[in-house]
Design a protein around this ligand. Structure first.
Ligand SMILES: *Cc1c(COP(=O)(O)O)cnc(C)c1O
Length: 358
């Protein structure tokens, strides 16, 4: 069986050796040594400071909205994982969808201004599949209308834009270290906050607002990661370059074999982007064709995933219904093909041969 992804896990002894130190100290959470060590190593690897690790990639979106004092309308993308929209609604804010760029699948800055009202307070956009949003255009709009910018960077570990970590652009940037993501801690995530004052606010928010054991700085929630999560991360991190290299090789193999297939389009990346090869999306010519491809691959126990479907403006719990033609069209036709460290080149060839034969 070949799934869309398979979690990378190093030899268990490597994990156990790291975890043992937490066991010996009987310290399993509350920003222990392993967590601090992982933050330190990630800081070096990504070339970035002013972030902390969280227990998943969803709570930091909620913390970001809270810390920025957002209570009204948030302009957002309909093409992302459900967490991007649900975090807005969970925080009692209103998502205002703006359709995506056809080529890039990220929010279309040319359509943002038309969606701005007197209640608009922020833009929350996703660097979907590790492809940067039009950061420069969004920054100009945000400055002009005095809006905060939050990026959901859940797919972006190790992505660079204009030579710098993608996590350095925006007011607050969140990411996920879930087991299905490129770098993972089982469950986990992180939040990057360039501004020092805002960083401190988010930091307090993620630990109940604690300012020492007996004092509270303000309202908080619990988004701390445990030492077990940190140990997973510390055991995975030494392999990350190897993981990315292997995925790059497999991606290039897919791209070579699929480039002449007139029934599908490959995904294009924004200029000045250093990719991380986190997903292998292809856009089929129609939903019927996508279903045919799925059916044939399933016969061989190969299971791509329909990421992202449905378009988020179609979520059943939304109070207002809007139409997002590009996102709705793409979400019906897009498929993420299997891509993970242990996938073999020969398996990619088989997958491509099937797709090309249909
Ligand atoms: C995975 C994901 C999240 C949520 O991350 P968790 O760590 O699972 O909470 C948020 N946004 C996007 C775009 C994602 O893909």
């Amino acid at each position: 069986m070949i799934n869309v992804t398979q979690t990378f896990l190093p030899p268990i002894e490597e994990f156990e050796k790291i975890l043992k130190s937490a066991w010996d100290k009987k310290r399993v959470t509350n920003r222990g040594e392993l967590l601090l060590d992982l933050e330190n190593k990630l800081s070096k690897y990504l070339g970035i400071t002013n972030f902390f690790i969280t227990t998943n990639g969803t709570l930091p979106i909620q913390i970001a909205l809270k810390a920025l004092g957002i209570t009204k309308e948030v302009i957002t993308t309909p093409f992302s994982y459900v967490a991007t929209t649900s975090a807005i609604i969970w925080e009692n804010c209103t998502p205002v969808f703006v359709d995506i760029e056809r080529e890039m699948l990220t929010i279309d800055p040319l359509k943002i201004e038309a969606a701005i009202t007197e209640n608009t307070e922020a833009i929350l956009a996703t660097h979907v599949f590790g492809n940067p949003c039009d950061i420069d255009a969004i920054e100009v709009i945000a400055k002009k209308h005095n809006l905060k910018v939050i990026y959901d960077g859940a797919h972006c570990f190790a992505v660079k834009y204009k030579g710098k970590s993608i996590f350095s652009y925006g007011d607050i940037i969140t990411t996920s270290f879930h087991a299905t993501k490129l770098f993972h801690t089982g469950e986990g995530g992180a939040v990057f906050i360039p501004n020092e004052t805002l960083y401190n606010k988010c930091y307090y928010h993620h630990n109940f607002g604690h300012n020492g054991p007996l004092d509270y700085h303000g309202l908080g929630i619990n988004a701390k990661a445990s030492e077990m999560q940190a140990a997973v991360g510390l055991s995975v991190l030494p392999y990350i370059d190897k993981i990315i290299d292997k995925r790059k090789m497999l991606t290039e193999h897919y791209e070579t074999l699929l480039q002449d297939n007139l029934n599908l389009e490959l995904f294009s990346f924004r200029a000045s982007t250093e990719r991380n090869y986190s997903y292998m999306p292809v856009i089929l010519k129609s939903e019927e064709h996508l279903e045919k491809v799925l059916k044939h691959l399933e016969l061989l126990e190969i299971f791509p995933r329909r990421y992202f479907y449905p378009s988020l403006n179609k979520l059943p719990y939304l109070v207002t219904s809007v139409s997002m033609p590009i996102s709705e069209d793409i979400s019906k036709r897009i498929l993420c093909l299997p891509l993970f460290y242990e996938l073999e080149k020969a398996e990619v060839t088989i997958i491509c041969n099937i797709i090309n034969s249909l």
